[in-house]
Design a binder for this molecule. Structure first.
Ligand code: SAM
Length: 338
């Protein structure tokens, strides 16, 4: 077929696009839609205090330890070298103190949390829980890390009761100290996960487990696949479309890897959610790799779990994705403008 006119070419391209489009799986289509929406919005959560970039010059004057790791530019302004691990540590400590009055320390070599992302996730949970109008909120933090950051933010900001699960010994010690330092023992309990291949099972089967209902779980799963010969070599982004990250990677192999990477970890959460349907109202997890979102949605569908919701967290240079699912009758809804 010869296409002569400009209109004809446009029509032909339209048909081709339709052909390709109709072959895409619904979950891939959702991903395309999310990308389009976020291209328009590209914003942090409306209530994220870090939407207004922090004034590092002012903060360096106020915080001595942060000042020590800052760079002073010729124009008199202070900047942070995001490729320097020590600078990231001091930055994270300083921001948690400045914005949430949280005094936090991290185990040597452990994951340093970026506040903008952790906050975007907690704010999304606030939006998911808002329609439930709960007086008391109980959540489970799967893999709290040495910072215990999600539980600390949830307890300090919202007075939520948190059960923090963690498998790594030194992380448990640091998490416990961080809770005590901030006098949040009445709101946060740390549970030592005896078996890394399980999620809720050990706790829910233990005689000391509370019989109370949990309203949500939150999780930043180990990202990389420990079965891979060089787990950290795996690219999480397409370098031709998105440049290399501007931030140094922090965290130990034990914290960042698991068998099968985040997809297998999240599948385990889904499998166990089927066993404890009634114990948690809304299950959620974060995903570090965009291409994993349709895989997880397909897995949920295969388990006949249809009450789901997704979102994207935008932090400036990095994006992350999150999935929520529930076995409750009411569809998961959120009050965010996402
Ligand atoms: C990627 S880190 C997230 C740490 C923290 N939540 C954050 O966002 O900064 C994952 C954490 O999960 C812990 N972990 C791995 N498998 C676990 C399991 N089955 N149960 C509980 N914690 C686990 C690791 O030791 C690690 O501290």
């Amino acid at each position: 077929m010869r296409i002569c006119s400009k209109r004809g070419t446009t029509f032909f391209l339209y048909l081709v696009t339709l052909g390709l489009y109709s072959r895409l799986k619904p979950n891939k289509l959702l991903l395309l839609k999310m990308t389009r929406i976020n291209k328009k919005k590209n914003n942090m959560h409306p209530r994220n205090v870090l939407r207004t970039p922090p004034d590092y010059t002012k903060l360096a004057i106020k915080y001595k330890d942060f000042r020590k790791v800052c760079d002073l530019n010729l124009n008199g302004k202070v900047s942070v070298d995001f490729r320097n691990e020590q600078a990231l540590r001091e930055l994270a400590k300083m921001l948690l103190l400045e914005y949430f009055d949280l005094k936090v320390d991290f185990a040597p070599g452990s994951l340093v949390p970026t506040l903008a992302l952790r906050l975007n996730y907690v704010l999304w949970l606030e939006d998911l829980l808002e329609p439930l109008k709960l007086d008391t909120v109980r959540g489970i933090d799967i893999g709290c890390g040495s910072s215990c950051v999600y539980s600390l933010l949830a307890a300090k900001k919202n007075k939520w009761h948190m059960l923090a699960l963690e498998s790594k010994e030194i992380n448990i010690e640091y998490a416990q100290k961080n809770i005590e330092r901030n006098e949040l023992q009445s709101l946060i309990e740390v549970y030592q996960q005896p078996d890394k291949t399980t999620i809720f099972k050990s706790y829910f089967e233990s005689p000391n487990a509370t019989k109370e209902q949990f309203h949500f779980c939150i999780c930043n799963p180990p990202f990389f696949d420990s079965n891979s010969p060089n787990p950290f070599a795996g690219k999480t982004r397409n370098p031709t479309r998105r440049p290399a990250p501007k931030t140094v990677r922090t965290g130990s192999a034990e914290e960042l890897t698991c068998e099968g990477g985040e997809v297998e970890f999240v599948k385990r959460i889904i499998d166990e959610s089927l066993l404890y349907k009634e114990r948690v109202s809304i299950f959620t997890t974060m995903l570090g790799i965009k291409a994993n979102l349709p895989k997880i949605l397909d897995y949920l569908k295969a388990q006949n779990i249809s009450n789901t919701r997704t979102t994207e967290f935008y932090q400036g240079h990095t994006n992350r994705w999150s999935v929520a699912w529930s076995f409750q009758k009411e569809a998961i809804s959120d009050t965010s403008s996402n």
